[in-house]
Ligand binder design. Structure first.
Ligand code: AMP
Ligand code: ZN
Length: 136
């Protein structure tokens, strides 16, 4: 399941060094080399899946369980004030490494606007239209 030229597959195999903070049979958790905040880390499955669409459902559940555990430990050890879990799928969504991963981003008071989007202002009709497309 290793994909040639995948930077995260190379990190998993040890071909590229990383700052590992946790690992088990399924996942490796490493520090992001270009962190959005102090302690920014990535949960990476050992097996190559491009994104959450491809990740098997049981592994998605395991990844979220691990995210919760890591978040709890990191909050205690780093003394951060909050936490973002971020997961990008597809280039348009900001994904740059096409091997599934979850960002663990500790947040600190006054650390600035790390993740920000402009809130839309749809009317009720638009919301009902999109609700129908998705739900029916
Ligand atoms: P994404 O934009 O969601 O695909 O996130 C990819 C992340 O991987 C970015 O935050 C990068 O800083 C990080 N990254 C890329 N190469 C490495 C590396 N060799 N070691 C650790 N993090 C990396
Ligand atoms: Zn890979």
């Amino acid at each position: 399941m290793k994909q040639d030229n995948c930077i995260f597959c190379k990190i998993i195999s040890g071909e590229i060094p990383s700052f590992t903070i946790f690992e088990d049979e399924q996942f490796k958790v490493i520090l992001d080399v270009a962190p959005a905040a102090k302690g920014h880390a990535l949960i990476i499955p050992r097996r190559h899946y491009a994104n959450l669409y491809e990740l098997p459902e049981d592994m998605a559940a395991d990844a979220m369980r691990l995210a919760r555990r890591m978040m709890t430990t990191m909050t205690q050890k780093l003394g951060c004030d909050g936490f973002n879990i971020v997961q990008n799928n597809g280039e348009v969504a900001g994904q740059t490494v096409f091997h599934f991963h979850m960002h663990l981003i500790p947040r600190y008071h006054n650390d600035g606007e790390i993740l920000k989007y402009i809130a839309g202002e749809p009317d009720r009709e638009e919301l009902e239209q999109i609700r129908r497309i998705i739900a029916e």
